[in-house]
Write a protein that binds this ligand. Structure first.
Ligand code: PLP
Length: 417
């Protein structure tokens, strides 16, 4: 088993915790920039390649600013995510709007910002016409091939059960409708598997979308200008998992492009991605302190963090690796359940986890919490959202979102009886 190590150490955490009380999410600026550069390099064969970072993964302005500095766009799915993107300074075609069950106000906001609007359903096209009016020149449609999605070693997922996207027939109709409504350029988007560490996912998805593009090209007046592979590339949450290799993935997409797109005269079509998890998950850790140890039928380590800081284990039974800071090299010869304090028995970061002997006051590092971590935070039991902190490239740190206070929690309540 490989050992997963935090991107920082106990002395740095003690320094930060002296100013910002635990729990907090810590992000790694150097690591985020490195991911941006590796992604761009892996797809550099495609001259107009563009990543739209999925805002929902880590909706913090300072994270988005780094994305912008590295030349990335953003992918939004709601009105408020659009406002956030606007506040950070994204506009026009640097914003992809990939929503579903979309309210009219959201479409209006996306149009106002000049975003590329990705239509999830055929009926949304007339809905847009009715509520917004004029169509932008360039839009996107979300495709769902149905059935199962398979690669060499088996079924990866069941698109036929997913609520997203249009059937092949609806996709054809959508192209026609959009052309009738004055659209000139179109992209095709699909998101079929989530959190895949397989190097085959993107290339297989690309082949599916490239073949569709070739087929539709001759049946439409629209120019197919981009293929949007969306998110879905995962990270190795478990130490024994093999991580995705972005260079192999980029090369696999290139091969599919050369096989299918270039011979069909589609060699100038851009490749877009909307990665969230792959960009940020490993560049964030949740730092918590051990408040209590409780021994009943099991041995419980109780933290000052809870599922309200990181929902994935409670929601999906997701594995997050745990390190006891300062004890990274000690033998993991104890078995613990690591829990938060919500009045919910599923508020457990780990069940029957092997860890070194852990004491009250130890700092705990919950790995790979940088994407879909703080962003899934909620206030059940009136537990407040924690701070977010950036570990900067020069080794210093900065609080990039303050922790909530009880006043924040009460702000929307009415006490005038
Ligand atoms: C969630 C989502 C993403 C990002 O997915 P990751 O698994 O974080 O890469 C991208 N696009 C859309 C439309 C999404 O819903």
């Amino acid at each position: 088993m490989q050992n997963k190590r935090p991107f920082t150490n106990l002395s740095k955490i003690e320094e930060i915790a002296a100013e910002i009380p635990t729990p907090f999410h810590l992000y790694d600026e150097a690591g985020i920039r490195d991911r941006c550069r590796r992604l761009k390099k892996a797809f550099s064969w495609n001259p107009n390649f563009h990543e739209y970072f999925a805002v929902k993964a880590t909706p913090n302005p300072h994270v988005l600013k780094i994305m912008q500095e590295e030349g990335m766009g953003v992918d939004c799915a709601s009105y408020t995510e659009l406002v956030l993107a606007d506040k950070v300074g994204f506009s026009g075609h640097d914003i992809m709007f990939s929503s579903n069950v979309t309210p009219a106000a959201d479409f209006k906001k996306a149009a106002e910002l000049g975003a590329i609007i990705n239509f999830d359903d055929i009926t949304h096209i007339d809905f847009f016409k009715e509520h917004v009016g004029e169509f932008p020149e360039t839009v996107c449609i979300r495709y769902n091939p149905g059935g199962t999605f398979e690669v060499a070693n088996g079924i990866m997922d069941n698109p036929g059960d997913a609520k997203y996207g249009m059937t092949p027939e609806q996709t054809r109709q959508a192209f026609q409708k959009l052309a009738d409504y004055g659209v000139k350029n179109i992209g095709i988007h699909s998101f079929l598997v989530s959190g895949s560490t397989s190097n085959e996912y993107y290339p297989k998805l690309a082949r599916t979308l490239f073949e569709l593009a070739v087929e539709l090209k001759d049946q439409t007046d629209l120019n197919i200008t981009f293929i949007n592979l969306s998110g879905g590339v995962g990270v190795a949450y478990k130490p024994e998992e093999t991580p995705a290799d972005i260079d192999i993935i980029g090369d696999g997409v290139r091969q599919a492009y050369e096989d299918i797109m270039e011979p069909a005269g589609l060699g100038d079509v851009a490749i877009f991605t909307e990665l969230g998890r792959w960009m940020l998950a490993e560049n964030g850790g949740l730092v918590a302190k051990v408040l209590h140890e409780k021994i009943t039928y099991k041995d419980y380590i109780g933290l000052d963090a809870s599922a309200s800081d990181l929902l994935r284990p409670a929601m999906y039974g997701a594995y997050h690796h745990i390190s006891v800071l300062g004890k990274e090299d000690e033998t993991a010869d104890q078995t613990y359940d690591v829990t938060g304090g919500l009045c919910e028995n599923n508020d457990k970061f780990a069940i029957d986890r092997q860890l070194p002997k852990t004491n009250i006051g130890d700092y705990i590092w919950i790995h790979d919490a940088g994407a879909h971590g703080a962003s899934m935070g909620y206030q059940y039991n009136a537990k407040l959202r924690s701070a977010e902190v950036m570990l900067k490239e020069d080794g210093t740190f900065k609080q990039i979102r303050r922790p909530e206070t009880p006043e924040d929690y009460f702000a929307t309540m009415d006490f005038n009886f």
